[in-house]
Design a protein around this ligand. Structure first.
Ligand code: CTP
Length: 447
């Protein structure tokens, strides 16, 4: 019996897939098909797969050509599958010519001619109109956004707005966008908006964008007052628009894997969370000179609160802030301590003091440590009472990591709202509430 194996994502199953499986089956007597997992596709840079793994498997089965299905989870799996299933022929479409020649050591390799003018990518793009995104603000993060957005199919960064026209024009030239000096014209040119302006302007821009029926992805901290966060979410909900806070860690694969493991009960009930993020800034930076809205907690607090609010929620009984101040009175190092009925948490942020940027989650059966920089969550360990019993996990964090939130933002806009759980509205409201408390204690809020 001749055994044949082939692999693919088989998203939005199309004629090209059908013809490939038909010819693959005809190469032998028994056809095995490896269907990729979402996690594996993400690591390969395919971020916008629409169909779930189960749907994709069902569609492959429905062709009637397949004798066995395996799940492809990692890059080295092909070799072990070929050995395990004693495969005679590996086959794949001609778009991969040469790339699997290394398998010739184990079996025959056949490249089948690819069907012309059809692909999942084409279908994904046909199914939805390209989202035209406009950026408000032209700072450091806005510069990172444009190249990251290029990696997400289905979005096109089109326009930029900055009330300082010169900055908008300079940014637009650098990234080949259209600059706008009037907000009205800017909104008319886009479908959705990425807000990367100074913190204190977020609320007004969000409201303006929602009023113009634009979806909004807003940099953290999205709001500095609880009531403002609630208000903008209410408006977004009423207008059926997506409003998402851009805390990149919330959308990255490693952090979501880590949360999944805490949810599995592997370390028991969570009792303590400690998250630290420090980034030394120069003394004349905006972060260390803006007396009203600079400082370490406003800059980095959102990241560190993320695991705390995710794991314990917003129902703390007390929160206190201890700060070390620079000469101008701004916090260069802040520790926020949260007390919960069944747990405690500390959030440590520094712009003028350096510390270890790790995340520690302690539970009744063990603990987890995500190594610095934990906010990229590329590597973490699970420890138990027996020091020899350590499980290690790693995941990819590609580039600047903004591609994950952009991709989730896009799928929510397109109605594949499966990512809402990654950062919920009530979690963003809880962050705004803590920010407000911090500002009340540490600065007089200007109205
Ligand atoms: N395939 C094909 N003809 C096409 C499209 C795909 O023969 N027009 C083959 C691929 O070469 C591969 C298999 O179908 O062997 C599964 O491919 P997959 O990557 O799932 O499909 P694509 O449509 O190429 O997906 P994408 O656009 O996301 O890359």
């Amino acid at each position: 019996m001749t055994k044949v194996i082939t692999y693919g994502t088989f998203d939005l199953f199309h004629e090209g897939h059908y013809r490939l499986l038909q010819r693959a089956k005809a190469l032998g007597d028994y056809l095995i098909v490896g269907v990729t997992t979402e996690a594996f596709d993400r690591t390969r840079g395919k971020l916008n797969v629409v169909d779930s793994l189960l749907t994709r498997i069902e569609n492959v089965k429905k062709t009637g050509f397949v004798d066995e299905i395996v799940i492809e989870e990692s890059i080295g799996q092909k070799v072990s599958d070929i050995k395990k299933y004693q495969v005679d022929i590996f086959t794949v479409g001609s778009d991969w010519i040469g790339q699997f020649d290394y398998l010739k050591e184990y079996c025959q390799v056949v490249y089948l001619e690819r069907t012309k003018n059809i692909s999942s990518t084409m279908l994904r793009e046909q199914n939805r109109k390209i989202q035209r995104i406009g950026i408000i603000g032209t700072g450091r993060i806005a510069h990172r956004f444009v190249p990251e957005a290029k990696l997400v199919s289905g979005v096109n960064t089109q326009a930029v707005y900055n009330p300082h026209t010169e900055s908008a024009v300079r940014f637009a030239e650098e990234w080949e966008l259209d600059p706008y000096e009037k907000l009205e014209d800017f909104f008319a040119a886009v479908d959705s908006v990425y807000i990367a302006s100074p913190h204190e302007t977020h609320y007004d821009y969000i409201k303006a964008a929602l009023e113009h029926d634009k979806h909004v992805l807003c940099e953290k901290p999205m709001a500095l007052r609880k009531a403002q966060a609630e208000e903008v979410f209410r408006i977004a909900k009423g207008k059926n628009l997506i409003l998402l806070e851009g805390i990149k860690t919330a959308y990255c694969p490693g952090f979501n894997q880590l949360l999944g493991i805490t949810g599995s009960g592997m370390i028991g009930s969570i009792r303590n969370v400690e998250a630290c993020f420090t980034k030394l800034e120069s003394k004349d930076s905006r972060e260390l000179t803006d007396l009203q809205y600079g400082g370490s907690f406003l800059e980095l607090g959102s990241y560190c609160m993320l695991p705390v609010i995710k794991l314990f929620g917003g129902g703390y009984t007390d929160v206190r802030f201890d700060t070390i101040r620079g000469d101008n009175g701004l916090d260069i190092f802040t520790k926020a301590s949260f007390i919960y009925p069944n747990g405690i948490a500390t959030v440590t942020c520094g712009l003028g003091v350096k510390s270890e940027g790790r995340l520690l989650i302690a539970g009744t059966k063990g603990y987890m440590v995500a190594e610095a920089p934990w906010w990229k969550t590329a590597y973490f360990e699970v420890h138990h009472e027996d020091p020899g019993e350590v499980e290690k996990y790693s995941d990819r964090f590609l580039g600047d990591g903004l591609r994950y939130e952009i991709s989730d933002f896009l799928s929510m806009i397109n109605g594949n709202g499966r990512s809402d759980f990654k950062l919920t509205r009530s979690e963003s409201v809880a962050f705004a509430d803590v920010m407000e408390r911090f500002l009340e204690e540490n600065r007089s809020l200007a109205d």
